[in-house]
Design a protein around this ligand. Structure first.
Ligand code: DX5
Ligand code: ZN
Length: 212
């Protein structure tokens, strides 16, 4: 799914219209505290909600997700991901997001292991493994995250639940196949999509590469 981080922030609606084949839109919320970058917040997500029916996948890179995350579910996002490193009470937060009717995503940075948190998997609908340090688009994919993707897929399989495994950061035509082989089944691409001559065609190319 395309990340709007690399879209035209002055023309978000036309950026969304450029990618009719996207199955979802990934929206990166950054607060300049959890990550050294600032993007957009709830009012912009509410505005995006008004101009599209697409699945909205919100990625919160913010401090205090316990306070802010439920509001994004209330705004009509289909999925809300918070960072495990920032959550004070991840189980309570996951349940609160679900209670508001959204899917729950739990995101982890490249250096955060998943094994100590395996018990949390039953509380979530998606695990988001960052494949770059969060904060910016256009960074190089970190190969060192591949074993973690494989390990996470194994832990998810053990739960017997249909938990999506999303990768985010440096995902491109070159790297997406490695992610899929390691066990990822949801793919975020920002610069690869919006930097392409034809963003919509790139989405289809990435999807074909990931699923073959
Ligand atoms: C980075 C964001 C990503 C970003 C990915 O912190 O979470 O969603 O848009 O951008 P690319 O695909 O360019 O690495
Ligand atoms: Zn993201």
């Amino acid at each position: 799914m395309p990340s709007l981080l690399s879209a035209d922030f002055a023309n978000l609606q036309s950026s969304i219209e450029q990618i009719p084949d996207a199955d979802a839109l990934h929206v990166d919320v950054m607060d300049n505290h959890f990550v050294p970058n600032l993007t957009l917040g709830l009012p912009v997500v509410e505005a995006i909600r008004k101009v599209t029916d697409k699945f909205l996948d919100i990625h919160l890179m913010i401090e205090e997700p316990d306070v802010w995350a439920p509001g994004y579910a209330e705004a009509g996002a289909e999925s809300v991901s918070f960072h495990l490193e920032a959550a004070k009470a991840p189980i309570r937060l996951a349940r609160e997001i679900r209670a508001k009717g959204a899917r729950v995503g739990m995101a982890i940075k490249p250096a955060t292991p998943i094994e100590p948190y395996a018990e949390l998997l039953v509380e979530i609908d998606m695990l988001l493994i960052m494949t770059v340090e969060p904060g910016f688009g256009g960074q190089k994919f970190l190969d060192l995250t591949l074993p973690k993707i494989t390990a996470a897929r194994e832990l998810i399989t053990k739960t017997g639940l249909d938990i999506w495994l999303q990768v985010d950061g440096g995902v491109s035509a070159e790297t997406i196949e490695r992610c899929a082989d390691a066990g990822a089944d949801a793919f975020v691409a920002g610069s690869a999509v919006f930097g392409a001559d034809d963003p919509n065609a790139m989405i289809n190319q990435l999807r074909t590469t990931a699923t073959r």
